[in-house]
Design a protein around this ligand. Structure first.
Ligand code: UDX
Ligand code: UDX
Ligand code: ADP
Length: 466
């Protein structure tokens, strides 16, 4: 029986291992974490992350061949394949601060693996790491433990939050990079065998280690670049009277471009895009590749511009001040169907509104009040101007304006007549995700702003640029 252990029970490790356990009943999968609270939650009734379909998968496998444990060392020492899925945030201090990936957690995991290993192991990079990390990991493993053989593989995860289970069940591709030696190829085959139990063979791609590591960074940079491209066009749409949805749909019909991932919005968020691009920029610069670095950096700059531009729209539309006005923020998660608020554009938008003196009242179906307060406190915002509501109606009650910042389905079905009646007039609605029907809301009486759409007469001539 093959034994798998995954270090890190987070957004990636948890769902990935649950699906491996589901699809491979003959493999024993242990997910371990230094956070005992996180492990307890995985073993409890309310999982630590909200992900559609995940509860069911975990319920089917937990206790059968899927185990969550805080006994990190025991499970690592018993495993044949060790996935490492620990966090790799952007460094906040020291060399490469603000850009380079912080590999502290990775390094401590690697040292621990070396310390406890008594049998040969395949060590799999699951979390995104800078190119050439495998080389460093190999050195840590072999210099700290020469009794056993280690093979390091790169097997980056491409799942997106909110659709993680579906993405894992039917991945576009599984990528496995390994050393081009006999032992390296054998390790690649062993991991391939795991995925081959449910992923068609032509979707399992094998490459050298560096290609696999770089592909992950490149894929996220390309995805983010599409969003910044369509967001840059959205600004021009507002200035010219074009409609970004029409433009994106027609552009996307070109088979060379494709229709997905072209939705304009208030900016991308999430734990990956910004971090991975910063990391890519840092690697380019370290190799003296300044033009490629500047090119990718611009993707983040346009994203920051889009968030600023949204705040400017709100403030300038409301007579150039939101001071003392209640603004309802609907949606705080970085996208729908997740409770994750890492790098969410809502943080920057709230920060901008609070800086202008607004009283912000946030409602999100999944992000907890604690998390919202923690996120806003982390960017230095005083809490006395922040409220958290239990539903959209409470958030919008008595408000001067609504900002929709996450595309939750429930925001499409709200009773906007009721909301309008309870608001100050003129009642503004700023749709940062283009989820509501602007025409219908205008008929109710709202002044509506939708990203990249022809502007209300009210908004024309107002400064749009931050
Ligand atoms: C992303 C990648 O999609 C995934 O492959 C990788 O493994 C991790 O990073 P994730 O961040 O979970 O996944 O979600 P994603 O769906 O990519 O959305 C990221 C951000 O982009 C969200 O804030 C989303 O709202 C925004 N987005 C996405 C847009 O603004 N427009 C789009 O068309 C698509
Ligand atoms: C382009 C558009 O494709 C077409 O839709 C539009 O109507 C006119 O402009 P064209 O310039 O004729 O067409 O050729 P295209 O195949 O797009 O190639 C343009 C340049 O890009 C060429 O120099 C080509 O070598 C280069 N290219 C194209 C690449 O370097 N890599 C690619 O993957 C594709
Ligand atoms: P991701 O989105 O990449 O999954 P998360 O932050 O959700 O990132 O999860 C990473 C997990 O890894 C956290 O639960 C953290 O406690 C865990 N972790 C970090 N370092 C170690 C370590 N050395 N040993 C075990 N678990 C670790």
């Amino acid at each position: 029986m093959v034994k798998i252990c995954c270090i890190g029970a987070g957004y990636v490790g948890g769902p990935t291992m649950a699906v491996i356990a589901l699809k491979c009943p003959s493999i024993e999968v242990a997910v371990v974490d230094i956070s005992a609270a996180r492990i307890a939650a995985w073993n409890g009734d309310e999982l630590p992350i909200y992900e559609p379909g995940l509860d069911e998968v975990v319920r089917q496998c937990r206790g059968r061949n899927l185990f969550f444990s805080a006994d990190v060392e025991r499970h690592v020492s018993e495993a044949d394949i060790v996935f490492v899925s620990v966090n790799t945030p952007t460094k906040t201090r020291g060399l490469g601060a603000g850009k380079a990936a912080d590999l502290t957690y990775w390094e401590s995991a690697a040292r621990m693996i070396a310390d406890v290993s008594k049998s040969d192991k395949i060590v799999v990079e699951k979390s995104t790491v800078p190119v050439k990390t495998a080389e460093a990991i190999e050195k840590i493993l072999t210099h700290n433990c020469n009794a056993v053989n280690f093979q390091v593989l790169s097997n980056p995860e491409f799942l997106a939050e909110g659709t993680a289970v579906q993405d894992l069940l039917r991945p576009d591709r599984v990528l496995i990079g390994g050393r081009e030696t006999a032992a390296g190829r054998k390790a690649v085959d062993a991991l391939k065998d795991v995925y081959a139990r449910w992923v068609p063979a032509d979707r399992i791609v094998t490459t050298n280690l560096w290609s696999a590591e770089l592909t992950k960074l490149a894929a996220n940079a390309f995805l983010a670049q599409r969003i910044s491209s369509v967001n840059a066009i959205s600004a021009l749409c507002e200035a010219t009277g074009a409609d970004v949805s029409e433009v994106a749909a027609a552009v996307g019909m070109d088979g060379r471009i494709g229709p997905k991932f072209l939705t304009a919005g208030v900016g991308f968020g999430g734990s990956c895009f910004q971090k991975d691009i910063l990391n890519l920029v840092y690697i380019c610069e370290r190799h003296g590749l300044h033009e490629p670095a500047a090119y990718w950096k611009q993707v983040i700059e346009v994203n920051d511009y889009q968030k600023r531009r949204f705040v400017t729209r709100v403030v300038s539309s409301m007579f150039n001040t939101v001071s003392g006005k209640k603004v309802a923020v609907l949606g705080f998660a970085f996208k729908k169907d997740t409770g994750d608020s890492r790098e969410t554009p809502a943080i920057d938008v709230c920060k901008g509104l609070l800086a202008d003196g607004a009283a912000v009242c946030v409602y999100d179906p999944q992000v907890t009040e604690d998390q919202i307060r923690q996120d806003l406190a982390a960017v230095g915002e005083p809490m006395r101007q922040v409220g958290v509501a239990r539903d959209a109606y409470e958030a919008a009650g008595g408000a001067h304006a609504i900002c929709i910042l996450t595309e939750w389905d429930e925001f499409k079905a709200l009773d906007y007549r009721r909301i309008f009646d309870g608001m100050q007039k003129p009642a503004f609605l700023f749709d940062g995700r283009n989820v509501v029907d602007g025409g219908e809301l205008r008929r109710i009486g709202f002044i509506v702003y939708s990203i990249g759409k022809p502007l209300d007469p009210w908004l024309r001539g107002m400064p749009a640029v931050a």
